[in-house]
Design a protein around this ligand. Structure first.
Ligand SMILES: [Zn+2]
Length: 534
């Protein structure tokens, strides 16, 4: 916009009336351009821009399903202020990892959770013990003699673990078990005393949270907490409420939080398997969305490959893109964002471009509207040709004068015509027209790559569909509070979505991973991807 608020306030009828005619005409022209830009901005809606569907007026929402547009699977580019909305409900339960990140100016700066110097509370819930497990040493560490029932076990300590038992086939309901684990020692005839202790995994430079068997929350209960977080998008305090009311398990926000980060650390040992599957994919859809981490805005990246979903939280930079794409040699589908430019085998999302063309078509600027209409029509025609080419069997494609070569030639003609139009418009006065023309000219090779390889995807919908779930999670849980919290969400999200794509017993796998990693063993192997539908 040329004129800002202050300028407009000075453009009184007296001022305009007092201008010489030539100056007045120039002023009117500037005002006309500003008005067109304002109208175009007013007209922005989910079908012609990156605005989320939720930004529609209520009376427009019911017709949403009828609009036939390539942009139906449009991305939910987040409103920047997403965390400000409804975190008031969680404020009383301050110790959550999720809440209060958008601490507003009026509330006093108080760290969530226990305050320095405040009296602490131990665990007060007393549950009856459902079973006791004695962890006896099996043989002498000194002389390797095997112990039997005759050797006396001296209990020295232990801990309780609350865990869930999922229903067996043909039964219903969750059972909660409170197991007492007892550790101790046996003195051998040789004089050597052999002790047992719950396993503690060595510290890891990437994780602050400790991992080990000395835990109140058992592996299945922890998998359930991960389910509540990643699938139900519950905040920590709501998970706590659910467990207390429906399962009679009383846990603090702090211990739920720590447990979820521990689950993240356990799941992180599956990362190499995920990255390997990513590298082996033929086509990767990559997209990113804003993510709040305390007061900092970071980016939640999604890379969706064949039977694998990988997420990471990091800066919006080449560094993060390179980390995800290291060693990848397949096709990369993205939006127009520049960090991907140096990847050779690249595809561009047409839904984004078609939305921009549609916005131009609806512009109040006459030339912009005609250029936009032309681009909309060209993209629609090309899309129909690509659909037709996909129908042609590979054997028939190489024949001369085939339907295939006719479609290819027609596509090339349409593409050239559009590029010519862009060359006419790349210095246009109307800003959006110019930007669109320049965008197509700069990246036309990649944009029209799909004509040569029509079996590849036309849109980045796959990444957007996966990312949408985490946009909802972010809006409901306000991102995360710490870097480790973000790291845990990203890796758990990767494991959960990958397993959902591959089928199989997802939550048993998560519980098994947690159990194995706590006892110091390697994580299990992910089930293989499902065969692609033919
Ligand atoms: Zn011995």
């Amino acid at each position: 916009m040329y004129f800002n608020r202050e300028d407009l306030q000075q453009l009184t009828p007296e001022y305009i009336g007092g201008l010489p005619p030539q100056r007045r005409d120039a002023l009117i022209e500037k005002l006309r351009e500003d008005l067109i830009e304002a109208q175009d901005r007013l007209n922005q809606n989910p079908s012609n821009s990156s605005r989320p569907p939720s930004s529609r007026a209520p009376w427009d929402r019911s017709v949403e399903k009828n609009t036939e547009s390539p942009a139906e699977e449009c991305p939910e580019e987040p409103p920047k202020e997403c965390t400000e909305d409804d975190n008031s409900t969680d404020k009383q339960n301050g110790s959550s990892d999720e809440g209060n990140t958008a601490g507003s100016a009026e509330c006093p700066k108080r760290k969530p959770g226990k305050q320095k110097g405040a009296k602490g509370f131990g665990r007060i819930q007393k549950l009856s013990v459902t079973q006791t497990v004695f962890h006896k040493p099996k043989c002498c560490k000194g002389c390797e003699r095997e112990f039997d029932e005759g050797h006396q076990f001296h209990a020295k300590g232990g801990h309780y673990t609350i865990d869930l038992k999922v229903p067996e086939p043909s039964t219903v309901g969750l059972h909660v078990e409170n197991t007492k684990h007892v550790y101790g020692s046996i003195r051998c005839e040789c004089g050597f005393e052999t002790s047992t202790n719950p396993h503690r995994v060595d510290s890891d430079a990437e994780w602050v949270v400790e991992m080990g068997e000395w835990r109140l929350i058992g592996p299945v209960l922890l998998a359930f907490l991960v389910f509540l977080k990643t699938r139900m998008h519950l905040t920590v305090s709501k998970s706590r409420e659910l467990l207390a009311i429906w399962l009679g398990i009383s846990l603090s926000d702090g211990s739920i939080n720590t447990a979820i980060r521990e689950a993240g650390r356990a799941a992180s040992s599956l990362e190499p398997q995920l990255l390997e599957a990513l590298r082996a994919s033929e086509l990767l859809n990559v997209d990113e969305t804003a993510w709040k981490e305390h007061k900092v805005t970071r980016w939640f990246w999604a890379a969706i490959g064949d039977g694998v979903a990988y997420y990471t939280v990091g800066p919006r930079s080449c560094e993060t893109a390179d980390k995800i794409l290291a060693g990848f040699t397949g096709w990369l589908m993205t939006d127009g964002y520049g960090v991907y430019r140096h990847f050779e085998k690249r595809l561009r999302c047409w839904a984004h471009l078609e939305r921009k063309a549609k916005a131009l078509e609806e512009s109040w600027d006459k030339d912009a509207a005609s250029f936009g209409a032309y681009a909309v029509k060209t993209f629609r025609t090309l899309r129909e040709r690509i659909y037709r080419m996909r129908e042609i069997k590979p054997a028939e494609r190489s024949q001369e004068q085939s339907a295939w070569s006719q479609e290819q030639e027609a596509c090339d003609e349409d593409r050239l015509q559009l590029i010519m139009k862009c060359l006419d418009n790349n210095t246009a006065q109307h800003e959006a027209t110019r930007a669109f023309a320049v965008e197509i000219l700069n990246d036309h090779k990649v944009i029209f790559q799909v004509i040569a390889t029509p079996d590849l995807s036309l849109t980045n919908n796959r990444a957007e569909r996966f990312l949408r779930n985490w946009v909802i999670a972010r809006n409901m849980c306000h991102g995360s509070k710490t870097q480790e919290g973000s790291q845990a969400v990203a890796i758990l999200a990767s494991v959960v979505d990958t397993l959902r794509m591959r089928g199989g017993a997802l939550w048993q796998f998560v519980a098994q991973t947690i159990g194995l990693r706590r006892s110091g063993q390697a994580a299990p192997t992910l089930p293989p991807p499902l065969p692609a539908p033919s």
